[in-house]
Every structure is written in C-alpha cells, then in structure tokens.
Design a protein around this ligand. Structure first.
Ligand code: PLP
Length: 363
C-alpha cells in the first residue's frame, strides 16, 4: 500500500485485475447455469470493462454512454442487455443503430416507444418482486405488477416485438434469500403461462443483488445465496430456459481498495478529528447513494481511541464516520477501505474542485 501511495499519491482507488477475474470465476462456479451480464453502473472504468471482456462476461448497460463504453472496451452489441426499463426515445434509436436489440421494459408506454423505434426488438418484462431487507431497494421505482405481466407480454407480441422472457431485481446487497426464492417462482409461473400462449419466453434474467462482505467479520452470504438459487433454478426451469443475471457489486466490489491520507487534524469536543483527502463527495459517495458502510483501516498500530473521520470538502455532510476506533494518527498517515470497488468511483463528483480518486489497476 505504501508503494502504491508513493507511486500514485492519494486518494487512489486500486482495482485488482486478479480479484475481478476471481469474482467472475466464483460466480460461474457457483451458478453454472447463469450467464453473468456485468452491470457496468457499479464501475464503468475502461480497464475494468477490458478485464470483463477478457473473461467473456456479457454486460448490463443502462444508457448510450454505457453501451459506447462497452464497445470501446471491445465488447459486442450481442453481449449487451439494455436493462433500463425507462429509456429516452433517442437512446432506443441509438441502441438499435449500434445493434443492441435486447432490452427491458415494465410498462405499456415503454412498449409503445420500443415498438416504434426498435421494431422487432427482443424484450424482457421486468416484474416487481420483494426487495425485503436488501440494502438498496429497487422495486420501489421499477417493475410491473405480476398480475399485469401476461397482458404486457401479449401486448409486446401484438406490437411486433419478441417478448423473450422476464427479469427482476431483488434489491442490491440482498441477504434475504426468500426474495430470490419468491422472484424465481413468479418468473417460472410467467414463463410457463407465456409458453402456453405460444410466446417465445425463453430467458429469465435474475438481475443483481448478490451480496459481498464489507467488514472483515461479516458473514459471506454469497455461497449460501447461490446454493439456494442453483437449487431453485434446477427445480423450476427446464434446460431450454436461458438464465442470465446482472451482477454489479459482486463482480467489482471486492476488487477495489481506496487509499486516502490524513490532510488535517483537530481536536473537537475532546475527540480527534482526522480530515482525509477523499470523502462522501468522492469515492466514498456510496455512503450516500448506496447506503454503504465501510471498514476504515490504518497502517499504524497503537492504543486506539474513538475518532471522527471527515472528507476534504467544505460541507458538514462530508463527515465520513463519527465513531471509529483508531490509533492516534499524524498528517500524511494512510487510511484505507477494502471491498469498495462498486458504486464508489462511479458516483464520485468534483464538488469544491476536489478531484475524484485516481483509479489504478493492480495485479
Ligand atoms: C437493472 C439493474 N441491474 C443490475 C444492477 C446491479 O445490481 P447489484 O450491484 O446489486 O448486483 C442494478 C443496480 O442498481 C440494476 O438497477
């Protein structure tokens, strides 16, 4: 870590290529029937995308900029799903021009837009599923009611589109296994009913949500989660059904380590305050947007005391943590966070002119 800091300065986000590849392999081994489409919203750094291309993973994209980022990294249009259920008309047109013809929808209005601007496209209906206990709730804003699903699939067919299946998202960082169980059951019922109506329902997209560890002491829920999904998939879907997923956090989260330095120090209310060179407007923005909690580590030992960590901007919102047990630090000391590769740099801003952490790739 010291050599990374010496070479690149701080703040710096180190992304491990080996860890990225390891996570893809872990996903494939745990869920052999499920093709991963990396949700690039989690981290769309060009080098991350190149590693994903090298693993032959596919991609979940949510905008034209994301489609172009995947193309620039060497991905093909056929490897992408445009998994944003509400798309500007111009984006539907541009996606089609680029050859991306698989997209999600969850309302009649979106179907009309797709039918007019991407005739014959393959569409997946996103259904609303329980998001209980997930750290980021995603069924609040998206997903058709399962009761409306068949009508929407039939309408897609009538409009000349190919309703190829259903998708769902159980919420990000999902540790409540029942969410997956219930969602898979709903999807299985819809696929069966769609087939009875001669619709080409052949794909089930199980979304993202696969959990990672943020703290050393946390339980690793992934193996448990994937074992249940594997069992349910084998029980519910015959081998002709193609299963895909949109993991974001799981693939890139464990690969990222953020290194910061203490740039200021104060005693306030008898407590040590350490001001770091990155904060909630930067690569720790996941604390706001992703409801993330992180483990802050330091490179020095010694007797610890309750301390506060704050970011470099002028806003009081930019207080990172008020209750960290830390040894006394000096200016220039390194504070680092592991497992922070997802939803971190992706949502960093340059508020106050503070540049976001530099992203560097490491083995
Ligand atoms: C449509 C969609 N797919 C996939 C993902 C990735 O989810 P996760 O990072 O939990 O795997 C998200 C996250 O917001 C999403 O909205």
């Amino acid at each position: 870590m010291q050599s990374l800091v010496r070479r690149h300065g701080t703040p710096v986000m180190a992304i491990s290529r080996d860890a990225l590849k390891r996570q893809v392999t872990r996903f494939r081994e745990a869920l052999p029937r499920v093709e991963p489409f990396y949700a690039i919203k989690a981290n769309s750094h060009p080098e991350v995308l190149k590693v994903m291309v090298s693993t032959k993973a596919n991609f979940d994209v949510a905008s034209i900029a994301e489609i172009d980022a995947v193309l620039a990294a060497g991905g093909k249009p056929s490897q992408m799903i445009f998994a944003n259920t509400i798309k500007p008309v111009e984006s539907i047109v541009a996606a089609t021009q680029r050859g991306v013809d698989l997209m999600t929808f969850d309302s009649e209005y979106e179907l009309d837009k797709i039918a007019e601007n991407a005739p014959g496209a393959r569409v997946l209906l996103r259904i609303k599923v329980p998001n209980i206990g997930s750290v980021v709730e995603l069924s609040l804003k998206f997903g058709a009611e399962p009761a409306d699903a068949m009508d929407l699939l039939i309408k897609a067919h009538k409009l000349g589109l190919r309703p190829v299946g259903v998708s769902f998202h159980v919420g990000s960082q999902c540790t409540h296994l029942e969410n997956y169980i219930e969602a898979l059951e709903l999807a299985a019922i819809l696929v069966r009913d769609a087939k009875l109506k001669q619709l080409p329902a052949e794909i089930v997209d199980i979304g993202g949500g696969f959990p990672i560890r943020h703290f050393d002491g946390d339980e690793d829920y992934f193996e448990q989660t994937s074992a249940v999904i594997r069992r349910e998939i084998d029980r519910l879907f015959d081998p002709n059904v193609r299963l895909i997923a949109e993991p974001g956090r799981f693939l890139v989260g464990p690969a990222g380590t953020l290194l910061m330095r203490v740039i200021g120090k104060a005693i306030r209310d008898n407590k040590h305050w350490y001001y770091l060179d990155d904060g909630v407007y930067g690569a720790l923005s996941g604390m706001i947007f992703d409801h993330a909690k992180y483990e802050f580590k330091v490179l020095r030992g010694g007797r610890t005391q309750l301390s506060t960590l704050a970011g470099p901007t002028c806003d009081s919102l930019d207080i990172i943590s008020r209750g960290e047990d830390l040894p006394e630090m000096d200016l220039g000391d390194v504070v680092y966070v592991e497992n922070v590769g997802a939803y971190s740099s992706a949502s960093a801003t340059t508020f106050n002119g503070v540049p976001p952490a530099r992203v560097v790739m490491v083995p």
